[in-house]
Design a protein around this ligand. Structure first.
Ligand code: AKG
Ligand code: FE2
Length: 298
């Protein structure tokens, strides 16, 4: 056994791992333990990783899988195409519950997020466990969800930009510069754990086969269950912290309570596979060239 220790942070999700200095050179048994912890706890946290830079963050991520380009539409950080620069001065708005990049047919397996600059107070991140969310639903609702499919898209809701500044507008334009649309099962079977997980979040725009008002009402109801506080964990960031989440079993969002204070994080995502529903049907890309978001060599 290695010297890692793993301590749960909340009752249903999240664990802090100590006793490891992250990088691209971890022994195989340590990597295996980290992967196990990720599957079990859904989001894992490491403090004190100030030694990491963009390159070693990517090197660590590569131990968990194949890093993708930073984002299907948003360019990567100068000098490192794998790194998405989440700099809130540039009009980033990820303050709604979501699973990363679900508008393509192969959403990331995991994301590795590293805090560079954080406010003295505020700007925490929340994660919710979409497996326990499913398990705590009444059986009647689970049966319904098992049969539903949802269309996810990055087509930007420009109504939300009312009153936003130029930076935020520009970012939204880049974000939706190519429109992607994918039909996913609302419940996916996790390819490694076999657990059932609710696949929705802010990119899910409508439920297939239902009227827009029924669809909107049902989406809101399901999301309310998914984000019940009992399924969540909240992380208070310090610079040098790293969070890794299983993007197949979680949603997350920032708490946008820090006004104009600087807040900057760097994200590397790891390529995932095509989700499969309870009935064995895979997700289907409807629009956009998902090949644009293929893994590239690190
Ligand atoms: O800024 C945050 O806390 C979360 C950002 C986010 O959604 C992500 O890194 O995927
Ligand atoms: Fe995200």
């Amino acid at each position: 056994m290695s010297s890692l220790s793993i301590a749960p942070v909340a009752g249903r999700i999240g664990a802090q791992i100590t006793g490891v200095r992250l990088g691209g050179d971890l022994p195989a048994d340590v990597v295996a333990e980290i992967r196990q912890a990720l599957l079990r706890h859904k989001v894992i946290f490491f403090r004190g990783q100030e030694h990491l830079d963009e390159q070693s963050q990517v090197a660590f991520a590569t131990l968990l899988g194949e890093p993708t380009t930073a984002h299907p539409t948003v360019p990567g950080l100068d000098g490192n195409t794998h790194v998405l620069d989440l700099d809130y001065r540039n009009g980033q708005k990820v303050d709604r519950w979501h699973t990363d990049v679900t508008f393509v047919d192969r959403p990331p397996l995991a994301s590795v997020l590293r805090a560079v600059t954080v406010p003295d107070a505020g700007g925490d991140t929340l994660w919710t466990n979409t497996v326990t969310a499913y398990e705590h639903l009444p059986a009647e609702l689970r049966d319904l969800l098992d049969r539903l499919r949802a269309v996810h898209t990055n087509a930007y809701d420009y109504a939300r930009l009312a009153g936003a500044d130029d930076q935020a507008r520009k970012y939204a334009e880049v974000f939706a510069s190519t429109v992607f649309e994918t039909e996913h099962p609302v419940v996916r079977v996790h390819p490694e754990t076999g657990e059932r997980s609710i696949l929705l979040g802010d990119f899910a725009k409508r439920l297939v086969g239902l009227s827009s008002s029924t669809s909107a009402g049902l989406l809101r109801l399901i999301q309310e269950h998914v984000t019940e506080v009992e399924n969540t964990v909240r992380w208070r960031w310090a610079p040098g912290d790293v969070a890794v989440w299983d993007n197949r079993a979680t949603q997350h969002r920032v708490v946008h309570d820090f006004g104009d204070q600087p807040r900057r994080l760097h994200r590397v995502t790891i390529a995932g596979d095509v989700p499969v529903g309870v009935d064995g049907r895979p997700s289907v890309a409807l629009a956009g060239d998902a090949a644009a978001y293929s893994p590239i060599a690190a």
